[in-house]
Design a protein around this ligand. Structure first.
Ligand SMILES: Nc1nc2c(ncn2[C@@H]2O[C@H](COP(=O)(O)OP(=O)(O)OP(=O)(O)O)[C@@H](O)[C@H]2O)c(=O)[nH]1
Length: 352
């Protein structure tokens, strides 16, 4: 399967919700404007109507159809009016695109199209274009610097997919010929450390750990030394994600940053925030909070495969404008995809 095919497959939950919603909105279509009686000997219609031109009247028997005794299937269409726009807007809000973004997308959809008869595929096509436009400015791969080690701090609430994302990133960087070291900075949770070790093994990357409950900043310092000694290209540092005690977490992250800066004043070079798409609109407040407690440089959104709320990534892009580096579309090691705005928009909206 092509990569785009796979992405479409994985974003199925969101696109199928949009598809069902749009089919309901457009419905069976309105009766088309009354057609003049066909002439006794009609000229075959060899010209395909333009995408936005009004639909031809009533089910029509085309030249080939007549030849084979079949009727062409007419695509249902509905005239775009305020009521229909509102329904589309509600549907976008239901896919977690957020009210502001949904309003903007529908306003753009309306421009120059009011009173036109639109079909579901045409609406999807327009929506895909609008979503891609919003996402284009933020689609950026994680920047790589000549600095060794490049220090990547990975932050996010527990369960957002930090460990999995670190494993996937480590594996992809290894495959690209980079040497990678991982530091299991959530020293409080033994399960998180064990999980990271499993990912490290899968990716063929050493994972530095410390005794349970020990200071993550001191582990980060050791990891800086080890990565320096090994001449590693990248050091990926996992962190705790206990937002319940925001002050503690903020101090913990600040201390990690202070300590690694003793070794390299320019570190961390990237601070990746991992966000779980299934949390829907809650993702917006997570970005807000983490921007306050860490100097977030880019986002990775996980679990886009398991949710009908994929529109939240559009809301995030629209609201914060932070670079989106990659998206998680499954639990396997190669299920981290670079973020391509066109492909994402088409997969999300189910455009062909
Ligand atoms: N379907 C799907 N599941 C994912 C994805 N990324 C992570 N997961 C799953 O989400 C769950 C949590 O992922 P972790 O990587 O453990 O999350 P974490 O943020 O490290 O959480 P803690 O270990 O609790 O700090 C695991 O069951 C992962 O397999 C994804 O892109 N798609």
């Amino acid at each position: 399967m092509s990569f785009f095919g796979k992405l479409k497959d994985r974003l199925f939950k969101t696109s199928s919700r949009l598809d069902e919603g749009l089919s309901e909105i457009v419905g069976e279509g309105e009766p088309a404007p009354a057609a003049p009686e066909p002439a006794a000997d009609p000229v075959p219609n060899l010209v395909t109507p333009a995408l936005d031109s009004p639909a031809p009247a009533a089910p029509r028997t085309g030249f080939l159809g007549r030849l084979f005794g079949r009727e062409e299937v007419e695509v249902p269409r509905r005239t775009l009016d305020d009521a229909m726009l509102e329904e589309i807007e509600d549907l976008l809000v239901a896919s977690d695109m957020g009210v502001e973004t949904a309003l903007r997308v529908t306003a753009n959809l309306a421009e120059g199209r009011m009173g036109r008869r639109l079909s579901v595929p045409e609406i999807k096509e327009i929506l895909a274009g609008e979503v891609a436009r919003i996402m284009e400015g933020v689609a950026r791969p994680m920047p790589l610097y000549p600095k060794r080690p490049q220090v990547v701090l990975v932050v996010g609430v527990n369960g957002s997919g930090k460990t999995t994302t670190i494993g996937k990133l480590a594996s992809q960087f290894r495959a690209a010929g980079k040497t990678v070291v991982i530091a299991a900075g959530d020293t409080f949770r033994a399960a998180a450390v064990e999980q990271l070790q499993v990912w490290g093994q899968r990716a063929g990357v050493p994972v530095l750990t410390a005794a349970q409950g020990s200071d993550p900043a001191s582990l980060a310092f050791d990891a800086m030394e080890r990565a320096g000694r090994d001449g590693a290209d990248l050091l990926l540092i996992d962190t705790a994600g206990r937002l319940q005690n925001r002050q503690d977490l903020m101090e913990e992250l600040a201390k990690i940053v202070r300590v690694i800066r003793k070794k390299d004043p320019s570190a961390p070079h990237n601070t990746l925030l991992v966000i779980d798409a299934t949390t829907g609109q809650n993702a917006l407040s997570q970005v807000e909070i983490f921007q306050k407690i860490a100097d977030v440089s880019g986002l990775v959104m996980t679990k886009l495969d398991g949710t009908a709320k994929g529109g939240v990534l559009v809301a995030l892009a629209d609201r914060f404008g932070l670079p989106i580096h990659a998206i998680g579309v499954g639990e396997q090691i190669d299920d981290l995809a670079p973020f391509d705005p066109q492909e994402f928009a088409r997969a999300l909206t189910g455009a062909a």
